[in-house]
Design a protein around this ligand. Sequence first.
Ligand code: SF4
Length: 290
Amino acid sequence: MIMACIEKIYSVSALVGKGKCNAKCSFCAGEYLRPEAKEDELYHKNLEAAIKLSARYGGWSLSLTSSGEATCDPDALTRALKTYDKCAKEGAYFPNVNLFTNGILLGNEDYCNTYLDKWRSLGLNNVAISIHDVDEDKQAEVYGVKSYPPLEKIVENVESHGLGVRATLLLRRGGVDDYKKYKEAVETLIEKGIKNITSWPIGNPDNTRNKFTPSRRGLVGIRAWLKLNAKICHGHVWGGGVYDYKGSIVRYTNYVTKHNPRKDFVRQLVVFQDGTVAYSWIRDGALCMR
Ligand code: SF4
């Protein structure tokens, strides 16, 4: 096999906190990682190393996520951002620092007033809300909670602290799974004030399809709709791309990219909660730091 030298590491994804979650999704993708959710010196040392490595290899984005819901462990999030802030002050700066969240706690003004300014001062600049359905009642149903806050309220709460709001539109069989529902969802999100939307199909952590993944036909239809109705801004080497749809950003990508040692790029370094850093969410054959 011909190996390639790594020339580019686009981003870092870090799992934070102990894996607590305030939702009960039937297809939870984080569950399998929870047994290893802890945080120690090794985790922060390797998070720092991963950020510095990616920044040196041209990376531009840090994603903070969790094997549960990151906002349920705000102190762990603060500690991770402090590690990032230290790196940024030493020159390893990312223009995009995104918090991935189900958004439930961000409907609460007191919660936002307590944490968002602090996180912004440590370098956070965007909050990405996971959307299963643009209708809040249906969104509550998917999350297995009694109610879900109005999206407009979340946007207002987050933006009032100087942070940007993005949506992660999750494509799920029975939910948004064809181009008509996709168009409707994108337009509703834009109406509700979210003008930067990333979408990907739900699947297994090893990138295989499962019963929640939309049909291949449905996904082809969504990609074709984007191609015909939006202007491509740039493509991703791992597949998909970023489009301009009537002045809003709509990105179509895949959930996970398996590391390929024959390629000269790494989509993302993943910092797991046991301190392992891997070249992809699929750790097998992709170890970078232990
Ligand atoms: S919000 Fe995320 S972590 Fe929580 S149950 Fe749903 S999929 Fe799992």
